[in-house]
Structures are given as structure tokens and as C-alpha cells.
Design a protein around this ligand. Structure first.
Ligand code: FDM
Ligand code: MG
Length: 212
């Protein structure tokens, strides 16, 4: 008897919306046979270069090159993700293609528009469900905010716009749920997420949706 493949669930959002906490809680709820991946994956050689770019303001690299590194960092994990799913494991991701495109396109650099940014991610496996966490309250008071590149409110606003443009471009209404976490406790958000995840139908085959 062939086993169903696992579910691929992505949690996305701006900085400090509680993604990592919720990913961890979701992993615990799924229990065994669940893999959690965070992007950027800073453990690889490419990831270490990305980490240096994010944490060291004096580290110079063209924005196009940075973008390609983030995309390459997803590609180097693509087979791993597919294999885990085929083994029947559920895979949870903390950021992925949507962050990749939105943060780069938000820079407003000529020639680096949404389409350019998206093109190098075409062919990556597309999540069965994407949860986009939205907090309407200012998030700049959270501890540590502002320590890394991109962590300032005016840039976050631009990133938000690009996320929504991308959702439209990718016809995300079938596999995206926007989760309003404003004023919610961690536990309340976790319950909301678990309810949505349980509604996501199991995909009874070995096929994958791809970013096209
Ligand atoms: N980020 C993240 C990008 O700019 N491109 C990407 O492809 C990804 C996955 O990196 F500001 C940005 C988003 C964030 C920064 O992410 C580090 P975490 O989640 O804060 O570690
Ligand atoms: Mg961050």
C-alpha cells in the first residue's frame, strides 16, 4: 500500500509576527514525522553568506546577487523537502518564496521588479497551504527589532505591499490563508492555525504543485 505524501505548510509574514514560535508549536502539534525548515537556512555555506549580509551592515554585495543567494538557498533544500514529503513526513517552513520575492522587490531597484525576483524560484515545490500572519499593531517594540538589515518600519511597509502583489500574481486564493493575529495570544494564534491546517486536505499521491 502506498503511503500518502506529507503536507507542506508554509508560515509567512513580516518580521516579528510570531512565525517562528508558531512554526515550532505546529511542529509539536503534528508530532512525529515532521520536519521544520527555516529560510534563510543559515547552516549552509550559502546561508552563512546570507547571514553575514543580514547582520553586518558593512558587508557589501549587489542586491541582485543577494537575491540569487536567497533563491539558491531554497534550491539547495528542494530535493530534501520533496524526499521528506514522499516519505510521508509533514514539512513546515518558516518563510520561503514569498519572503524571497517581497523583500527583494521592496527595494525598488530598477530592473529588479516582482517578475524578475520571482523568476529564479520558478520550479520550486509549492506549499499545500500558506499561512500569512498579519499583525496590525506596530511591531517595532519587540525585543531585538532593528538589529538586522530590513528591520525598520518604512521598509516593512513596502514589503507588505509586495507580498500582496505576489499573492495576486500567483492566484493564491486556493492555497493561502491570511491569519489576523492582532491582539491575539500565542495560544490563540496557534489554535487558529491548527484549525486551518486540519482543514487542508491530504494529497493522496506523489505529485507536487510547483511555483510556475
Ligand atoms: N529574507 C528572507 C529575504 O530577504 N529573502 C528571502 O528569500 C528570505 C527567505 O531575510 F528580513 C529576509 C527576511 C528577513 C531576513 O529572516 C531574515 P528571519 O526570518 O528574520 O531570519
Ligand atoms: Mg528577522
Amino acid at each position: 500500500m502506498s503511503k500518502n505524501r506529507g503536507k507542506l505548510i508554509l508560515i509567512e509574514g513580516l518580521d516579528r509576527t510570531g512565525k517562528s514560535t508558531q512554526c515550532e508549536l505546529l511542529r509539536q502539534q503534528f508530532g512525529e514525522s515532521t520536519t521544520l525548515l527555516k529560510f534563510p537556512d543559515r547552516s549552509t555555506a550559502i546561508g552563512q553568506q546570507i547571514n553575514q549580509y543580514l547582520t553586518d551592515p558593512s558587508y557589501k554585495l549587489p542586491d541582485q546577487a543577494v537575491h540569487l543567494l536567497f533563491s539558491a538557498n531554497r534550491w539547495e533544500r528542494n530535493d530534501y523537502i520533496r524526499n521528506k514529503l514522499l516519505m510521508g513526513d509533514n514539512v513546515i517552513m518558516d518563510r520561503y518564496v514569498y519572503s524571497g520575492v517581497a523583500y527583494s522587490a521592496a527595494k525598488g531597484i530598477e530592473g529588479m521588479d516582482l517578475e524578475w525576483c520571482y523568476s529564479c524560484d520558478r520550479g520550486l515545490v509549492r506549499p499545500d497551504l500558506t499561512l500569512f500572519l498579519v499583525n496590525h499593531e506596530s511591531n517595532d517594540t519587540r525585543e531585538g527589532f532593528g538589529e538586522e538589515r530590513y528591520e525598520n518600519n518604512s521598509f516593512q511597509e513596502k514589503v507588505r505591499e509586495q507580498f500582496y502583489k505576489l499573492f495576486e500574481k500567483l492566484d493564491s486564493q486556493n492555497d493561502l490563508v491570511i491569519v489576523d493575529v492582532t491582539g491575539c495570544t500565542i495560544d490563540q494564534v496557534s489554535k487558529k492555525i491548527w484549525t486551518i491546517v486540519q482543514d487542508t486536505k491530504q494529497i493522496p499521491s506523489t505529485t507536487f504543485k510547483l511555483f510556475e
